[in-house]
Design a protein around this ligand. Sequence first.
Ligand code: 13P
Length: 246
Amino acid sequence: MKKLAAGNWKMNGTAAALAEVEALLAAHPAPACEMLLCPPATLIAQMAQAARGSALMVGGQDCHPKASGAHTGDISAAMLKDAGASHVILGHSERRADHGETDALVRAKAEAVIGAGLMAVVCIGETEAERDGGQTLTVIGGQLDGSVPAGATAATLVVAYEPVWAIGTGRTPTLTEIGEVHAFLRDRLRGLVGGEADGVRLLYGGSVKPSNAAEIFAVPHVDGALVGGASLKAADFGAIVAALSA
Ligand code: 13P
């Protein structure tokens, strides 16, 4: 399978930041991995325009489970698609924490995304207290079971493992710990989507940087990365793209 370098800009970036996209595409016009950037919703259409005809795909960071209606401030999957998105991140830990998103809501959103013809990037991950308590596999196994829609396939689903305590902290699990979780997720996915599990990209996310990307990508069942801070700069994200293309 092709590996996936995905960037999550979170609530960062205005039109001026699109210069980073131009620099990224100039440096990596035809990477061996897939490349995805998920900017704030306000930039999706402009970024998709800048990425036209290139290897870069554009995604959203969240959507509403319904297709349309009286939901002030929300965006539907169909609207993201119309703006040029091909993927939508769902259930990021910041949304689970800031907006109280449950597994059931994340699954409903993922169903909407897949129903609209887009790929769902479903995020899961344990807190530091849960890891310290030896609960990591129980927690992420439960999140996976509850968040992945029935009938998801390798063509409609990506799963991102992002330990909450590794996001934006500069800390990462050991390579052994990452390997343990990713092997567990592959196995657990088989119970949910059968043989499709082997083709579903399992991304690692949480303080991925140019300096640690290559060693993390060498871990079995790590099929790419979901990158936060380091995706904002073309030079850093480009180095991660290069590490995944090696
Ligand atoms: P950082 O790469 O900034 O740690 O963020 C990871 C993340 O949350 C990506 O979704």
